[in-house]
Design a protein around this ligand. Structure first.
Ligand code: CO
Length: 206
């Protein structure tokens, strides 16, 4: 028996529980996907995108990486965005960070993790930009929380600046970008109220 047998078993139960409610669920899903939302979140195992917003397979297009970073030259993230916006025509892009993020904490503590330090350099850039505000908190957890929030706002800006979102807005496609933060302590999402629906709104963002 495979050491991962329990996962295969879980999968059988999961598929069965879904088809009990809707016998045609997977048949319908296999023919098309029409998600309205693209989720850009952290890889952290405690932040499972579909589950925390109560969406079923087919309803959420997802990209996750360490510390939910959107880098202008990251072909992986850009390809996900391009497919979501140009082909699937999602109406919303949600950047969701989370409190208690290990990547953010490593940056605050100036800890060495390994290769990921280079990736986290993007979060460090956010810290450098908002150094005074973040370091004004005495408490380390509060510094981490604030940096996690600022990181989301910064990544929302990066999303807006991509050629993908710019082109979509220029051709009049309905597309909004949002910034959220999730707390692993209570399972709740806080809306950071950075919603951008057009270049006019993007320019007004401070
Ligand atoms: Co994280």
């Amino acid at each position: 028996m495979s050491e991962l047998e329990h996962l295969i078993e879980n999968n059988k139960h999961w598929a069965k529980s879904i088809t009990q409610v809707d016998p045609d669920f997977f048949t319908k899903l296999s023919q098309q996907q029409a998600p309205q939302y693209l989720w850009i979140g952290c890889s952290d195992s405690r932040v499972p995108a579909n589950e925390i917003v109560g969406l079923l397979p087919g309803e959420l297009f997802v990209h996750r990486n360490v510390a939910n970073v959107v880098v202008h030259t990251d072909l992986n993230c850009l390809s996900v965005m391009q497919y979501a916006v140009d082909v699937l025509k999602v109406k919303h892009i949600i950047v969701c960070g989370h409190y208690g993020c290990g990547g953010v904490r490593a940056v605050i503590q100036e800890a060495r993790v390994g290769l990921s330090d280079n990736w986290l350099g993007h979060v460090q850039d956010v810290l450098v930009k908002h150094q005074d505000e973040v370091r004004a908190f005495q408490d380390l957890d509060q510094q981490c929380d604030r940096l996690a929030e600022l990181n989301v706002s910064e990544q929302v800006r990066h999303v807006c600046r991509t050629s993908i979102v710019q082109d979509a807005w220029n051709r009049g496609q309905q597309l909004a970008v949002h910034g959220w933060i999730y707390s692993i302590k209570d399972g709740l999402i806080r809306d950071l109220k950075v919603d951008v629906r057009s270049n006019e709104e993007f320019l007004k963002l401070d």
